[in-house]
Design a protein around this ligand. Structure first.
Ligand code: SAM
Length: 259
């Protein structure tokens, strides 16, 4: 199946070649006959073939690479394949599915923005199992006060409950990447938030984490042009605190007040 066109570095193509790891990822999905499954980036089908053999009600896959889509259509003629870029996919459309489960060995170069979009827009899924670069996984699950804690941690933990399941060495892929990878499971968090509030939170996180070494009062002064010490205190926030000490709920209160 491997043709001279693959792997494409620009599309983060590191194909899984270890059958045990593939089986562990699929097992983590705990598939049941009434599930709808979406695989992101099926590639050469390492997970796809196993998923096809598992119980599900509806299974579809999203792949950006047209060359791979042609191959997949030949090899898996019954697969519902959407040949499109996940970065431009309208994830909200999937909220109508019940018992939706997502899975993918994500392309490392776009894993963070993909996850940002997916969990910011999708709330009806049951669980998601994704493989990403180990360092990215550490950032995703990092807690306030941790060096790794940042924009991605706050956003993803605001909308979901992520947990690292296991890590894998470069040798399980072809071609091997330079880094280790980790598999995470995400469960939804029931958050009531409007589209406007979501935009405010996004803006707040981007502004605040751009100056993560500064005190909150200074960051907001730079952004707003006036002092907000008293307003911060009325929100129960220490004006001298630095962004990495704030929880998702703290950011949400800040977003509603100032952004
Ligand atoms: N699932 C396969 C495996 O584990 O062997 C392939 C994983 S490979 C790391 C990532 C896959 O995502 C590739 O097939 C790549 O073409 C695809 N991909 C890259 N960028 C994408 C995007 N923006 N949207 C959808 N798929 C993308």
């Amino acid at each position: 199946m491997l043709t001279p066109n693959f792997p494409k570095k620009s599309l983060g193509q590191h194909f899984l070649k270890d059958k045990n790891i593939c089986a562990k990822i699929v097992k983590a999905l705990n598939l049941e006959p009434e599930d709808t499954v979406l695989e992101i980036g099926p590639g050469r089908g390492a997970l796809t073939f196993l998923l096809e053999e598992s119980p599900y009600r509806y299974f579809f896959a999203l792949e950006k690479d047209w060359d791979l889509c042609l191959v997949l259509r030949q090899e898996l003629p019954f697969l519902n394949l959407i040949c499109a870029d996940g970065l431009f996919f309208d994830w909200k459309r999937l909220n109508r599915f019940k018992k939706l489960k997502l899975v993918g060995n994500l392309p490392y170069n776009v894993a963070s923005p993909l996850l940002w979009n997916i969990f910011g827009e999708l709330f009806s899924y049951e669980l998601a199992v994704f493989m990403v670069q180990k360092e990215v996984a550490e950032r995703i699950v990092a807690k306030p006060g941790n060096k790794q804690y940042g924009l991605l941690s706050v956003w993803l933990q605001f909308f979901s409950k992520p947990k690292v399941l296991f890590s894998v060495p470069p040798g399980v892929f072809f071609p091997p990447p330079k880094v280790y990878s980790s598999v995470l499971v995400f469960y939804p968090r029931q958050v009531e938030i409007s589209t406007g509030e979501k935009k405010s939170l996004q803006k707040c996180l981007k502004v605040v984490f751009q100056q993560r070494r500064k005190q909150l009062q200074k960051i907001l002064y730079n952004y707003l042009g006036y002092k907000v010490e008293e307003e911060l205190e009325s929100l129960n926030l220490d004006p001298k605190v630095r962004p990495e000490a704030l929880s998702g709920e703290d950011f949400f209160r800040l977003a509603l007040k100032f952004f």
